[in-house]
Ligand binder design. Sequence first.
Ligand SMILES: [Zn+2]
Length: 99
Amino acid sequence: MTELCRCWSCKGNLEPAQQLRFLVETDNLDNPAYLARIRALPAVNGRPVPVCKACQTRIESAPRRPVAKPKPAAVSGLLGALGALSVGLLISGIFAPRG
Ligand SMILES: [Zn+2]
């Protein structure tokens, strides 16, 4: 039972309220409709993780997914191809035999 008293994130002491939430949520894993109503804790692989109030606030304020830079590979590839093409045209224009 000792691990239930520890925060999953910071290993600090878990508040009794958070401990109770964890126990209740774990107890209702086979009852998704009810669980969805009462769910308060963050979940990993669908299972609630016991975290203290401070860590829960921190987790909830953090972005859910890492924000990827909006730069699709296809677009940058196309721009690169266009760049190479224009450079190629420029060079061929300079070195093209005249007359
Ligand atoms: Zn914590």
